[in-house]
Design a protein around this ligand. Structure first.
Ligand code: TPP
Length: 318
């Protein structure tokens, strides 16, 4: 694949940045500095980075409760992101969204969603709006395999097919919907085959940056060229529990072990080291720079004013 060295290093940096942010969040969450629940995407970093690398700032995105990686890959400001998770008034959504409903209009981030499958019709509507207004925007819609059982998924794919909408549906299939393994709630193994029911394109990729990058490039190009929607499935792995604090007692140890062995960052790192795009010392430097940036964002968030309950009704209209 023809990718320039600085592009490859840039993708690597983005994946490592997502992981380091998630690790820091686990730490501050354990200190009770973040209210509510957070869901870690550690192990799944390749998909948001590979997909978002094909997007423009104005393109739309909807995502899920496991959404930190998507928001960071789309370019959310780290300090404002952190302040939001800390429930601060200066957070990207003024402390009202927290982790599970993060949105950023300036980046086309329509919102993460605590309702499983809730973002899918929103993304489909956004894709319809940009088609209707002929703006040239593409919409990407991230969700898990659990969400692909919801009615919202099927209704949305039906209408997207009918209207040939400029949208890419991306199912990050980590094989667990909360505490339920895939085979307990669906009979099929490959979610992308659900595209057949709606006569749209389906594509599958493993948890590996390069095939995801290529599949997403084709899907985004098709959407941009007016060739209609794609359902792209990535078979990935979450390392940790459903939410931070879930000890995964329901999950065989072997499954967790395999998730770590099949790490998308390690695979990408090895490819870059083998090709001499990266040296060991570059990795250390990148990690150090990222850790510095994260430490600054956390300090910023800690010192910002807390969003008060009395502000909750501001900016609402009926
Ligand atoms: C409509 C709805 N049903 C159930 C839940 C409870 N719930 C939260 S996350 C989740 C599992 C989602 O699994 P999946 O879509 O595969 O995403 P993942 O958590 O694996 O990223 C469930 C059932 C919910 N939030 N919304």
């Amino acid at each position: 694949m023809q990718l320039a060295k600085d592009e490859l290093v840039g993708f690597y940096r983005k994946m490592v940045r997502i992981r380091r942010v998630e690790e820091k969040l686990m730490e501050v969450f354990a200190n009770a500095e973040i209210p509510g629940f957070i869901h870690s995407c550690i192990g799944q970093e390749a998909t948001p980075v590979a997909v978002c690398s094909h997007l423009k700032q104005t393109d739309y995105m909807s995502n899920t409760h496991r959404g930190h990686g998507h928001a960071l890959a789309k370019g959310i400001d780290l300090k404002l992101f952190m302040a939001e998770l800390f429930g601060r008034r200066t957070g990207i959504c003024r402390g009202r969204s927290g982790s599970m409903h993060l949105a950023d209009r300036n980046l086309g981030i329509l919102g993460a969603n605590g309702i499983v499958g809730g973002g899918i019709p929103i993304a489909t509507g956004a894709a319809f709006a940009s088609q209707y207004k002929k703006t040239g925007q593409v919409t990407v819609c991230f969700f898990g395999e659990g969400a692909s059982d919801e009615g919202t998924f099927h209704e949305s794919l039906n209408i997207a097919s009918l209207k040939k909408l400029p949208i890419v549906y991306i199912c990050e299939n980590n094989q667990w919907a909360q505490f339920t393994p895939q085979e307990v709630h669906m009979t099929i193994k490959d979610v992308y085959k659900r595209a057949n029911s709606y006569d749209i394109r389906g594509a599958g990729a493993p948890n590996d940056f390069f095939p995801i990058y290529e599949a997403a490039r084709d899907a985004v190009q098709r959407a941009r060229n007016g060739d209609g929607p794609t359902l792209l499935e990535v078979k990935c792995n979450r390392w940790y529990g459903h939410f931070v604090g879930d000890a995964q007692k329901y999950r065989p140890e072997e499954s967790v072990k395999r998730a770590r062995e099949e790490d998308c960052i390690l695979k990408f790192e090895k490819a870059l080291l083998d090709e001499r795009v990266l040296q060991k010392q570059d990795i250390e430097r990148i990690e150090k720079e990222i850790d510095g940036e994260i430490a600054e964002a956390v300090e910023f968030a800690r010192h910002e004013p807390v969003a008060e309950a009395s502000e909750l009704m501001q900016d609402l209209y009926v």
